[in-house]
Design a protein around this ligand. Structure first.
Ligand code: GDP
Ligand code: MN
Length: 389
């Protein structure tokens, strides 16, 4: 789960990181009231799960109530890279002398955690990484050893942070590691970590990705409101144990196994179509599961054909076929379904489908054939990109 900035900051605060004071606001009036309590100047910040808010005009300094109202009004409803702003974070403004970067993430290839610190943080960090990879100091951390204040002092010095920032930044990095490990995050990032004009080190932005597999250890996560634009169908899929990823096209895809689902997406592309989603039903494919999968896909208004691609191994194709037939009795599916069933008991499966003889289900024997048929039904992909409602 990805947290938005203020949730990330609140998560940091649990682990003792110093966070500027601020308040959430969902309306202009709430933003004004928050700013009155915090005191001017404040920063009005869009809370969306995407970087580059500053450049998009989603982060604004305000020196008065009128300015807060103006910026809050402009930012609420703003579309930042496909994310519509519904919530603001109003924060006491900081006088910035220098902007740095700090993060921890897992370096899978090294099988170690990786700390990254740079003296060139701020809105252009991606560009800095590209132009001058040496501008980022890296330190691999063995999870069995953890980090020490000493090691962090050495790291921030090596990163070229200003000497006044060394102690404060090193202390923050120790706490940030604690948050990363005990908080079961896959990523914690502070950009910018700033040195203020009066010599303090502060956390001005927060990016936190929590490791969903650790949720059982964190009852407190239940209170974190999911502000991702996860749609009704994403929530439904999750609650039914399906892995569902929405995409941009018009062919809905159901497959068993992530590998087959990915190949199906590729084949649909290859024949000139575009997948509307990626839905992996996993090991099973019984009637309930198929009904759930079809129900999820059916909620997507951009789906114009559904391609079901099941390879029977342990799962028997005739079970899948019965599953689909009974799913169609449970759910009223808007689109036509192109079915490719191969593997164990495929012949029986085809008989079951043929008996049903509905123009809702079309059987194809090959993956390529099925993809062609589905794309044909869905029609040419619309040229407009962008995100879905
Ligand atoms: P992002 O663009 O989505 O990464 O949003 P950030 O929270 O990182 O803010 C973008 C930029 O706004 C920062 O790099 C700062 O330069 C600036 N900014 C954010 N907060 C403050 C603040 O309190 N005071 C000042 N002067 N600038 C700020
Ligand atoms: Mn930032």
């Amino acid at each position: 789960m990805d947290l938005v900035e203020y949730q990330g900051k609140q998560y940091f605060a649990r682990y003792g990181l110093p966070i500027p004071s601020g308040e959430v606001a969902n309306t202009v009036a709430e933003a004004e009231a928050a700013a009155e309590r915090i005191g001017y100047p404040v920063v009005v910040k869009a809370q969306v799960q995407v970087g580059g808010r500053g450049k998009a005009g989603g982060v604004k300094l305000a020196g008065s109530r009128a300015e807060v109202a103006e910026h809050a009004g402009n930012i609420l409803g703003m579309n930042i890279k496909g994310h519509v702003v519904r919530r603001l974070w109003i924060e006491e403004a900081t006088d910035i002398a220098r902007e740095y970067y700090a993060s921890y993430t897992l370096d899978r290839s090294a099988k170690l955690h990786l700390a990254m610190v740079s003296a060139r943080g701020g809105v252009d960090i991606e560009q800095v990484v590209e132009e001058d990879p040496d501008a980022i100091a890296r330190l691999h951390v063995n999870p069995l050893d953890g980090v020490t204040l000493e090691a962090m002092r050495e790291l921030v010095e090596r990163a070229g942070l200003d000497p006044q920032a060394w102690e404060g930044a090193a202390e923050i990095l120790v706490k940030l590691y604690d948050c990363y490990i005990k908080g079961d995050a896959d990523l914690v990032e502070i950009n910018p970590l700033v040195l203020t004009t009066d010599g303090q080190v502060r956390v001005l932005d927060a990016k936190v990705t929590l490791d969903d597999d650790a949720a059982f250890r964190h009852p407190e996560w239940a209170e974190i409101e999911n502000l991702g634009e996860s749609s009704e169908r994403e929530r439904l899929a999750k609650s039914k144990g399906l892995s569902y990823i929405p995409l941009e096209g018009s062919v809905g895809i159901i497959a068993n196994g992530a590998g087959l689902a990915m190949s199906t997406v590729d084949v649909v592309n290859q024949v000139g179509g575009a997948a509307a989603n990626f839905l992996d039903v996993g090991g099973g494919a019984d009637a309930d599961l198929m009904a759930n999968a079809l129900e999820v896909i059916n909620l997507d208004p951009s789906v114009r054909a559904i391609l079901v691609n099941i390879f029977g191994g342990i799962v028997r194709c005739d079970d899948v076929a019965r599953g689909i037939v009974s799913a169609l009795e449970q759910v009223d599916i808007a689109s036509q379904i192109v079915l490719r069933l191969d593997g164990t008991n495929a012949a029986q499966a085809h008989r079951i489908i043929d008996e049903r003889a509905s123009n809702k289900i079309i059987s194809e024997h090959t993956m390529l054939g099925a993809a062609r048929r589905a794309v044909e039904i869905a029609g040419a992909p619309s040229s407009q990109g962008g995100s879905k409602p």
